[in-house]
Design a protein around this ligand. Structure first.
Ligand SMILES: [Cu+2]
Length: 527
């Protein structure tokens, strides 16, 4: 019998086998067929037979297929999903790690400075394209929806990994269908390591644990249920009543009496987590979207909105075997909709587990005693200073108002246009800019003011200021690519458009908001 997320406290599944290594991928020979030429911007839909001859020499060369699959999530019928599946053509097979019993795609592991080729093959029955969330890549590699390919075709990605060490991820980005495609299982982690991270001496191997948080709903046959398509449900965003960790319900992580690095990704469509330890002890945050902080930061709780990552240091060396604890999500207010006058109820909200409800996310249980003392480093990394006064618009930041009009979320009153860039969405290559996002609504609109996690493609940025109704629980230190604005908040970020000209996206990472058009292009102009 399935138990939903509110009913917690039961014995969990065994997470021990989560990250078994991919086995059995030898030299399978180059797969041919259907690759888009790398540098041809105008060739959408073309279908050349071979990999283009470039001077690109990848350290890791893989095929990544999006295809229908099934997974045993619960006893009984398997759950029909869409899943990324990888084949290694060249490179270390320990760089591509499947998660058993999960609909999630493989974890891809790269070192800074290495080159990767990914031959994306779309085998789901609709258009798709992959976005590398948080990675700093050229526009044509970023997975803009204008590059979608239909079923049966392929898209060739080739790029150098320039990011700092950190927890990045990949997911589909076709316009209007990102929500349903991610929901059916298409998502995976992309972990980057570097020398600075190695020097910090953090827990590694089985003590370095990626944890992807998502919510799902299932019908009595164990099949995924997405939104009804009702406009109100779309306005809020999809909310499931099962909390999944790495694609598994009722998750328990067996640990030993030692320190752990927990890498949390919120891969949910629209659910926000207010992370805390069950016993009220502080969370020790060591990293965010763009990698390690300079030094650890303690928080009583921390918000994690869709698309964001947080890395937590958890030390169990003082506890006995048998000790159990949980990472929980504390209750919080999400703002106007669902309260008050919206037809008198939580319309569009999940009735059993609304956004802002409290629940257990997963449990950790000490099953093994080890003698391994590891101390939390005082310094984790160096964060490059990014002076605000170097921003070309220091005295007049670009303004973006997150608003709703006629049941439609928008940015500055505009919705997504595939090729559309407004004059005030063009920035100069080589410049630094301050962008201000404003979620203050106002007047009657306050009733419809919701949280919006804002994501910029292609860039890591810095949060320089929050104002308005400021809530606690943000980790604004370090590098970010996705930032949460609760209702009533205003935030200023500093972005360095140092390289990579062309068209990129900025949007709300509530996937239902994004799909309805709460997304725009920005264009980095060369001269
Ligand atoms: Cu939104």
């Amino acid at each position: 019998m399935k138990k939903r997320a509110m009913a917690t406290g039961t014995a969990g599944g065994n997470g021990r086998r989560r990250f078994l290594k991919l086995a059995g991928y030898g030299a399978l020979g180059l797969m041919t067929g259907g690759f888009r030429p790398l540098l041809d911007h105008s060739a959408a839909g073309q279908n050349p037979e071979t990999i283009p001859q470039t001077e690109f020499v990848p350290d890791l060369d893989i095929s990544l297929m999006a295809r229908p699959d099934e997974v045993a999530v619960f006893p009984g019928n398997p759950t029909q999903v869409w899943r990324y599946h990888a084949i290694i053509h060249k490179g270390d097979k320990n760089r591509v790690i499947e998660i058993p019993r999960s609909y999630l795609g493989p974890v891809i592991k790269m070192r800074q400075g290495e080159k990767i080729r990914i031959r994306f093959k779309n085998s789901i029955p609709e258009e798709s394209i992959i976005h590398w969330h948080g990675l700093h890549v050229p526009a044509i590699m970023d997975g803009h929806p204008r590059y979608v390919i239909p079923k049966g075709q392929s898209y060739l990605y080739e790029f150098e990994v320039r990011n700092r060490a950190g927890t990045y991820w990949y997911h589909p980005h076709p316009h209007g269908r990102t929500g349903p495609q991610v929901y059916r299982g298409l998502a995976g982690l992309f972990l980057v390591s570097d020398e600075e991270e190695r020097a910090a001496g953090l827990p590694d191997d089985e003590h370095d644990v990626p944890l992807v948080l998502q919510d799902r709903s299932f019908d009595p046959d164990n099949q995924l249920v997405y939104t009804s398509g009702h406009r109100m449900e779309q306005m809020t965003g999809f909310l499931g009543d099962w909390i999944m960790v790495n694609g598994m319900p009722d998750f328990t992580l067996p640990v030993s009496t030692s320190a752990y690095r927990l890498r949390l990704l919120n891969g949910s469509n629209s659910r926000i987590y207010k992370l805390a330890w069950q016993d009220g002890s502080p969370l020790t945050i060591i990293g965010t979207d763009g990698g390690l902080l300079e030094r650890p930061a303690d928080r009583r709780y921390a918000f994690l909105s869709p698309g964001e990552r947080l890395e937590i240091w958890a030390d169990f060396s003082e506890h006995p075997v048998g000790f159990e604890t949980s990472l929980i999500s504390l209750p919080f207010e999400t703002g106007g909709m669902g309260r008050g006058m919206m037809m008198g109820g939580r319309i569009g909200q999940n009735q059993s587990l609304p956004n802002g409800a409290g629940f257990t996310i997963f449990r950790m249980k000490i099953t093994k005693h080890v003698k391994k003392n590891q101390t939390l480093p005082k310094m984790l990394s160096e964060i490059r200073p990014l002076p605000q006064d170097e921003a070309v618009n220091f005295y007049s930041p670009r303004q973006f108002y997150l608003t709703m009009r006629q049941m439609q979320w928008s940015i500055n009153g505009r919705v997504f246009e595939m090729e559309g860039v407004a004059d005030d969405e063009i920035v100069q290559l080589g410049s630094k800019e301050i962008w201000e996002f404003n979620n203050t609504g106002g007047g009657m609109m306050q009733m419809m003011n919701l949280p919006h996690p804002i994501h910029l493609h292609g860039k890591q940025f810095r949060v320089i200021e929050r104002s308005g109704v400021v809530h606690e629980g943000y980790v604004d230190e370090g590098w970010k690519d996705t930032v949460l604005l609760m209702p009533g908040e205003r935030i200023r970020i500093l972005v360095d458009f140092e390289d990579y000209p062309g068209m990129f996206l900025y949007h709300c990472h509530n996937l239902e908001h994004e799909d309805m058009g709460m997304m725009r292009n920005y264009f980095v102009r060369e001269s």
